[in-house]
Write a protein that binds this ligand. Structure first.
Ligand SMILES: [Zn+2]
Length: 229
């Protein structure tokens, strides 16, 4: 009798362990990422609202500094600047989806949400040959309708753990740099905007300071692949 109970407990323990491994190792289980749990000194710089000419300037710097970044692009802007999107992809940076019209997705119907995302996927695919795996919802706003569409499309939602608030024109270059450099820790996802010139101007300093702290700059998908490592 005693042996039987122990056997049952043992099986429950094994089942529990299996569940834990399934939850923490399969990143498909997790749909929304604010940051990534990792012991490695990795960080993901992300730039929203392109593709624009500033993306090209950023990439010049990134090539010199051996930085990989992620650009969350707006579908209708990809249609306007397909060659910039192509250059981003060719340089080995990651391209993510930032909706077609920069729409506040929770205000849309499920059909409209799907169209915003799929039209952008198609624009990016036409321009680069690649199909993004990641969405950054405009203004970081999502709801269950958005998550259902992402599940259907097998995409992840990427929020952020550091926001220097560079969308706010009152923020100075120094404030943007200070926020990123002082807050940075392993596994962080930083949200910035390519249209903001002060962000561009502060980028050499951000890269230099974070390199001094031992950081390596990776794409969001690479960061996620280091979950738990
Ligand atoms: Zn945006």
């Amino acid at each position: 009798m005693k042996g039987r109970i122990e056997m049952r407990h043992c099986m429950m323990l094994v089942a529990g362990l299996f569940l834990c491994v399934a939850v923490f190792s399969a990143d498909d289980v997790k749909r929304t990422f604010w940051n990534v749990t990792t012991k490695q000194q990795l960080i993901a710089l992300t730039f929203d609202d392109g593709p624009d000419n500033n993306c090209l300037k950023l990439m010049e710097l990134f090539q010199k500094e051996d930085v990989k970044a992620t650009f969350f692009v707006v579908g209708k802007k990809v249609k306007e600047n397909p060659e910039i999107a192509k250059k981003i992809a060719e340089a080995g940076h990651e391209i993510g989806n930032h909706s077609y019209t920069h729409a506040l997705l929770p205000q849309k119907t499920p059909e409209e949400i799907k169209k915003e995302i799929v039209d952008t996927q198609n624009a990016i695919k036409d321009a680069t040959g690649q199909e993004p795996k990641l969405l950054r919802p405009p203004n970081l706003k999502q709801d269950d309708k958005v998550l259902a569409v992402l599940k259907e499309l097998n995409m992840k939602s990427i929020m952020s753990s550091i926001s220097p608030g560079d969308w706010d024109k009152k923020k100075t270059k120094e404030e943007i740099v200070e926020t990123v450099v002082s807050k940075a820790k392993a596994g962080d996802i930083v949200v910035m905007h390519s249209w903001r010139n002060e962000t561009l101007e502060g980028m050499p300093e951000i890269i230099k300071s974070l390199k001094e702290k031992g950081f390596k700059f990776v794409t969001v998908s690479e960061l996620i692949s280091n979950w738990g490592k």
